[in-house]
Ligand binder design. Structure first.
Ligand code: RAM
Length: 897
């Protein structure tokens, strides 16, 4: 393949062959695969057709881009005629590279969803009983039968719920998604799913049904009562059947459907599920089932909200885990309790396999940690029960798992089981939004590798249709601050493009008329409206980060109006650029949340006005850049002015002429430096003061949620990489590795979640799976491994590869599957420095090889500056800097050079 060209990964709207999208001009992307140095795309041609055969014949096309001389291979918008609901488009791209090679992608397709709300037929249906603010009701089953009298060519199920649903056809669950349709602000919008169910239907009698759960709509959300959006779950489905003869029928939910309550006695995301297998209704989802005792469903008026096709991935089972050690506690007479260790703080549930007499109820309680006596510690769950009960039917081996709940846990207590559990009794089922994993980071330090593992698992467990703070206690909310803090790291580890495209829309849905972004989104009315500094700023930072990491301009266009409304709100409620000034009567914010900076409360002692003014300047600065990118030049000037005014206010109010920053915490210096808020002359003193504070604390940080993501970068960007490494490698708290040394398998909410002398921190706020502090990941990948974006050519079109070795690592290897292909950076350091990199075809990189001025840098077996595809630029900050085209390179610098 060496010199040749291949085209891989034809994708549409970030997905492979997406079924059911509602973007009018879907964006198409592909990757060039070539090992030739400098390989670039010279031109492309996209052909799109209404059928696979038309595409193959290249005749009667829907759209032909023609040969376009361009190197754009990511997010090229479809520009053919408007597309209709349900229309499938087959497409293929042909590419010419700069050496005249030519290749085509495999044919791919996308299919449109139901584009107009009016195209949905039928009515919202549900069960007969309502729960109350504190009482659950059983899960309704709904069903209908229908006859197909002609051969079926194609069938699609379009389905959604207010609540959560599991659809069934002819005895089988439709698709492999769970917790559909996901969580949005149900007062404004609901997502729907589309399934190809052609193979599930048969000529003759057919049955369709669904099981409905309370989900986020009617169940407990946050720490408030149930029923945040509505009192009972509701289901709407359209089964569109197209026959061989081209005619079609729609079978929709409505008054011909029947309902009954079955084995799911109660089901709630936070509380857990109770399933009584004796109440199963075998065959309820097959034709011919006797539903004589079922009642006609309840019909509900249409809420008049927007319907949206899925943008991000749905939630699925991704990994199975087997418990390791178990311990047996017979203290309860006749009711032994077994405690199992899953070996991993995970999110999902357990699959139970047992044989027990009818009526035996097995209880599974889930917890993240153990008490010193080996029992499970559940105090930090607050009100969330995360307890499942299974009542056996007594018919031999029974296998069960819950449907409409999830638990955050590592340990599980099994009780009510008379026998002795075996290896087969429990299986951990991990679930989360099924984002492709994109990062691999490995180093010579096992503790750092475990930290990386913990960051990844924190993301798995907390990306369940929305980015949540934690997955276990009675919270599990889309905290905007947490998401903002972690998004940069998240976008390395997994492909979160679709996930955040969806959630930034949620953010806009939850924006107030005044322009405030809330502290949680979706906002089920659990918290005040203005999220405050660093929380509300998610509304600007998150779209910007998706643009940086995926080159997605559309997200900036789509969110632009809401970002403007927000920054205008900041401006209107500021005083001469100062925000959250003394006397401001709005929300002051969460401060540097959970900082251990000497304060005794969780808000930290960093002045809130300082944080507010700093973020006002930062968000205005980002918006000004966004306005420039989108060509809104007047806006760009206006928001740059806001950013300057806030910076001036910051200096006026908080900075002394000698470069001291009021408040004096690490956070004060970190924000001032990272956001560029200091006069140039004051920077060196500020950096020294920050370093002095770190040293004075015995090489510990004192920052909380807000400043921690930036502290290492501030250090390494200002000649203090060694100090950043000292912090990274610190194993006593507060530090990233402290929890690792305590056996953590996810990131803790608090630096001191558990300590030898004090035991557990305040149980009211002590999660062991909170991704926020995992934000160190971005620094490890960008600075330790040396893979970073270039804002001028985002989405890794141009990569900044600038590793800054240190911290006694002898090797570090990272791989990132970016929009152009896999970027690699692997360095070794013992006698000299060796560095292997790969720059994907059709991208390029700035490569900074750590080397003293004048040192001989080699690439392959010759001097680097003479190597093919390598151009020397300059020597700066202890590195020889080159510009390279696509390809794999091997750089070496001799020891002592
Ligand atoms: C807690 C959440 C979250 C944080 C807020 C301020 O309740 O868990 O992490 O952002 O408070």
């Amino acid at each position: 393949m060496a010199e040749s060209l291949e085209i891989a990964q034809p994708r549409c709207e970030y997905r492979d062959n997406p079924l059911g999208i509602d973007v009018a001009q879907p964006r198409l992307s592909w990757q060039l695969v070539s090992e030739r140095r400098g390989a670039r795309q010279a031109a492309y041609r996209i052909a799109a057709a209404a059928s696979a055969s038309a595409l193959a014949d290249d005749a009667g096309l829907l759209w032909d881009s023609g040969k376009v001389e361009s190197d754009q291979s990511v997010q090229v918008p479809y520009a053919g005629p408007a597309l209709a609901s349900g229309q499938r488009v087959f497409w293929q791209v042909r590419v010419w590279d700069d050496a005249g090679n030519e290749a085509a992608s495999a044919p791919a397709w996308w299919e449109m969803g139901l584009l107009e709300r009016g195209e949905w037929q039928g009515q919202w249906i549900g069960g007969l009983e309502l729960g109350g603010p504190f009482t659950t009701s059983p899960a309704p089953f709904v069903r209908a039968e229908f006859t197909l009298d002609r051969p079926v060519a194609q069938a699609r199920l379009y389905a959604t719920a207010l609540g959560v649903y599991e659809a069934h056809i002819n005895g089988e669950k439709v698709g492999d998604d769970v917790l559909t349709p996901g969580w949005t602000d149900y007062a404004k919008r609901v997502q729907y799913q589309v399934y190809d169910v052609t193979g599930m239907l048969k000529q003759g009698e057919n049955a369709i049904g669904a099981i409905l759960g309370d989900g986020w709509y009617a169940g407990y959300v946050g720490w408030r009562a149930r029923q945040r959006y509505g009192d009972t779950p509701k289901f709407l489905a359209n089964l569109v059947v197209t026959y061989d003869d081209g005619s079609s029928d729609v079978f929709a939910t409505g008054d011909s459907w029947k309902t009954a309550y079955g084995p799911i006695i109660s089901s709630d995301i936070q509380m857990g599920e109770h399933y009584d297998a004796r109440r199963e209704m075998p065959g309820w989802d097959t034709a011919g089932f006797d539903d004589g005792k079922w009642r006609t469903v309840s019909l509900f008026p249409d809420p008049g909200i927007a319907f949206s096709a899925m943008v991000g991935p749905t939630v699925r089972h991704t990994v199975k885990l087997k418990p390791g050690t178990s311990s047996h506690d017979a203290s309860l007479f006749n009711n032994p309790r077994w405690v199992f260790d899953m070996g991993q703080n995970m999110v999902g549930w357990l699959r139970l396999k047992i044989s027990a007499p009818a009526g035996t109820t097995i209880t599974l309680r889930h917890a993240e940690v153990l008490n010193p006596d080996g029992t499970i510690y559940t105090t930090n769950l607050r009100r969330a029960q995360q307890t499942d009960h299974y009542t056996a039917k007594g018919e031999g081996e029974e296998i069960w798992e819950p449907r409409f709940t999830f638990h955050g846990f590592r340990y599980v207590e099994l009780s009510g089981f008379a026998g002795t559990p075996t290896d087969e009794t429990l299986t951990g089922i991990v679930l989360h939004s099924d984002m492709p994993q994109t990062m691999r980071f490995e180093s010579s330090d096992p503790l750092i590798n475990q930290l990386q593992h913990n960051i990844e698992w924190g993301q798995r467990g907390n990306f369940v249709d929305v980015p949540t703070d934690c997955p276990q206690r009675d919270e599990r909310l889309g905290w905007t601050g947490d998401a903002q803090v972690f998004i940069r790291t998240a976008a390395y580890n997994f492909d979160v493009s679709g996930f955040f495209t969806k959630w930034t829309r949620d953010l806009e849905d939850s924006q107030t008329a005044k322009g405030e972004f809330p502290m949680v989104s979706p906002n089920p009315g659990v918290a005040d409206v203005d999220g405050g500094p660093a929380w509300a700023d998610a509304g600007v930072i998150c779209p910007w980060t998706i643009y940086q990491c995926y080159g997605d301009k559309q997200i900036l266009i789509d969110r632009y109006a809401s970002m403007r409304r927000y920054v205008d709100f900041l401006n209107q409620t500021s005083r001469d650029g100062e925000r959250n000034y003394v006397g401001y009567d709005g929300w002051q914010g969460f401060g540097d949340w959970l900082a251990l900076d000497g304060s005794t409360d969780r808000f930290g002692i960093t002045p809130k006005g300082l944080i507010g003014t700093a973020f006002f300047s930062y968000s205005s600065r980002l918006l000004s850049r966004i306005a420039t990118i989108l060509g809104h030049h007047e806006d760009a000037a206006r928001y740059a002015r806001y950013a300057d005014t806030a910076r001036d206010a910051f200096q006026r109010v908080y900075v002394t002429p000698g470069g001291l920053v009021a408040g004096g915490t690490q956070a004060c210096y970190v924000l001032a430096l990272y956001f560029g808020l200091l006069p140039e002359a004051a920077r060196p003193a500020a950096i020294e003061t920050l370093v002095r504070d770190i040293k004075m604390r015995g090489n510990h940080l004192s920052t909380g949620f807000v400043a921690t993501p930036y502290i290492s970068r501030v250090l390494s960007d200002n000649g203090k990489t060694d100090v950043a490494y000292t912090l990274l490698k610190q194993t006593t708290w507060p530090s990233w590795l402290y929890s690792v040394t305590q056996g953590a398998t996810t990131i803790w909410e608090r630096w001191d979640g558990w300590t030898h002398d004090r035991g557990f921190q305040d149980p009211g706020m002590n999660s062991f799976n909170h991704y926020a502090y995992g934000a160190i990941g971005a620094w490890m990948y960008a600075v330790v491994a040396g893979i970073d974006v270039d804002d001028e050519q985002p989405g890794y079109k141009h990569i900044i590869m600038r590793p800054q070795p240190g911290g006694d690592f002898s090797h570090v290897a990272a791989e990132l599957k970016g929009p152009y292909g896999t970027i690699r950076s692997a360095w070794k350091q013992n006698n000299g420095f060796e560095w292997d990199i790969t720059v994907p075809a059709n991208s390029s990189a700035l490569v900074a090889v750590p080397a003293a001025e004048g040192a001989a840098v080699r690439e392959g077996d010759g001097p680097a500056d003479q190597a093919e595809g390598v151009r020397f630029l300059r020597h700066e900050n202890g590195a020889a800097v080159y510009e390279v085209g696509a390809g794999s390179y091997h750089f070496t610098v001799e020891a002592g050079a």
